[in-house]
Structures are given as C-alpha cells and as structure tokens.
Design a protein around this ligand. Sequence first.
Ligand code: PLP
Length: 372
Amino acid sequence: MGWQSWLDGAAAAREEAGLTRRLRPRGPDDDVVDLAGNDYLGLSRHPEVRRAAADAALLWGAGTGASRLVTGTLTLHGELEAELADWLGQPGALTFSTGYHANLSIVGALADRTAHVISDAHIHASLIDAVRLSRAQLTVVPHNNVAAVHAALAARPGVRSLVLAESVYSVLGDEAPLAELAEVCRAYGALLVVDEAHGVGVHGPGLVHRHGLAGRPHVLVTATLSKSLGSQGGAVLGPRAVLDHLVNTARPFIFDTGLAPASAAAALAAARVARARPDLADTIRARVTGLAHTLDVPAPAGAVLSVPMPSPEAAVGAQADLLTEGVRVGCFRPPSVPDGVSRLRITAGAGVTEEEWERATKAIDSVVGEVR
Ligand SMILES: Cc1ncc(COP(=O)(O)O)c(C=O)c1O
C-alpha cells in the first residue's frame, strides 16, 4: 500500500469513529471564558509573570542557544531550581524544556532492561512513552491499587524497581494513595516517582509535600512549569545523587536545548506569586466543589472536573454548543482516555472573574443537562 492510501485510510477510520482532531487557533483576546486550559492559577497572564518573561528575553535573549551541558545553563536556571526545591521541600531540582522531557528523563535514566517498572493503568502518556524508551520490564497495575503494587514488587525480589503514579490523575481527577505507595516502596527498596503536574500550585507545594513525603530519598517528584505556573518547561525534584545522574545520563536533558530564559523567568515569578497567594488555590477548591455538586459528579482532587458523556460525538457536540455560548471547555476522547469513556474536561481555575465563572457554569449546567 502506498503512503497516500495509508493516510487516507487512517483519516477515514478516524472520521468514522468520531475521533478526528483539529487545531483551532485562538487569538490573544477572543472574548471566550476559557475553562479548557491548565493555567489553573491564572498566572500565565499575571502582570509580574509577564514582566519577568519580557525582562528575561531582553536581558538573556530569546533562547539559551545550546544544551545545558554546553553553554545552555544560565544562572537563571539555578535561581529557578533553588526556588522550586525550596517550595516543594526537596533537596534539589533540575529543570527541563517540558514536563514531558522531565518524565522521559527520570524513567529513562533510572530504568533499563534489568529494572522493573510498575505503572498505574491511568498514568500520563509521557510516562508510558518513558517506559517504552527505557526497555524496562513493565507491570501495569489497576488504577490506585496498592495491593497490586505490593504483589508486583513481591514477585521480583532483588530487582531494581520503580513505581510510577500521578499525585492527581489528569483524566479521572482523583488522587493517588501516596502514603501507602511510599510505604510499600520503602519496604521493598523501590523508588516511587510521583508526577505532580496537576498537584503543584492547585495544592500549594503539592501532595507529596502535604503527605509529609517531601525529601524522603525514595520519593522522587516530577512537575511541569506549564500548568499552574503558567509558563513552559518541566522539573525533576529529589536527592542530589539522582539529579547528578540525570545531568550525566538523561538523553532528553543532554540532547535538548536549555529551557528558554523567558520561560524560566516566568516560572520563577509564578512560583513566587503562587507561594504568596494561597487564596488562589482556595478559589479553585471552592469552584471545583461547587460545580461538581451542580453537575452531580464526584468532586475531583485537583482543578479539573471530568464529566462523562454518552459518546465521543455527544462530547464534541456539547463542547461546540458551549463555545457558541462563549465558554471554552475541553473534551477527552479515545485514545486520550484510558477507560475509553469520552468526557468533557472543565477547568475550575482561579484565572477567570467571579462574573465569568457564574456565567460559564450556568451554560455548562444547561448544556450538560440536555445531553445526559
Ligand atoms: C500528568 C502530566 N504529566 C506530564 C505532562 C507533560 O507536561 P508538559 O506539558 O510540560 O510537557 C502533562 C501535560 O499534559 C501531564 O498532564
């Protein structure tokens, strides 16, 4: 089969299944209440954050111009890493150009064919890809099932093991049993990697910190600078020995240009604002709980409300109806949903005004009510 007919066949199959995705460029100010993004605290547009990004671009230039081990490490990276480590209560931090790279790096640098990775069934795509690249032996355990993690560790005694979890799961929005996972990992000498992409900011310094696990040598954290911190980039936080190992062996760190100055400075300013304004996280909690009650769905652990829809077409239809009402929400469809259930994805962030939030939630209640 030639390439053109292969591409045509794939496009037709997507269309048939209602799974075609299209890019919808937006302007800078399009008058729509945005409840689709991950800018949970509304910091991407915060004046101090924007100012910091602009000043850094003027001072350092638009890019770092090289990988971190060549000339791409700036004193600004050091400042950001120190701030993140201090906030999250960790011995150190290492930043990457995306959260995706941070996840590829931690798994790829620690696991190889001789290692065993135990992964929650709902883990983010970046961690799934990381395990594939590492070629480690893999056990996928049912979601949030500590007994299954226990059994998987017990099945291969003496093998270097890595357990992967998200503190707040991106699709289901529920929380990992972090204290139990950390305990079972400790008992078996395993490392626990917790992706805090949806925990940091929404829960201040994150759920690893909240559970008193920050700084424990067998609990490593990855984070993104691209959600609550409103910028771009990622980080791994943990013991210095692990970070030194990453600097020396993690391919997505070594063979990638250093995080851009504007992104680093914006994330640094955003972390400082987030630390100074715990009320932003309180607003998220109040909004997400209120909307969950209205829509009669469980209140999530994070900022994202996941509303199951009867079909991918119904989800896309509801999303389009809401856009005509001036409200942008997200939509999850296979393959982005581990259980195959299409959902509306609504961010109850602190970045919209109370009036916008009221207007948006009224529209959501009415559109979702019609579909269900
Ligand atoms: C759980 C989780 N981990 C990692 C990432 C990747 O982060 P980034 O967008 O910074 O690459 C995301 C982003 O969607 C995520 O939801």
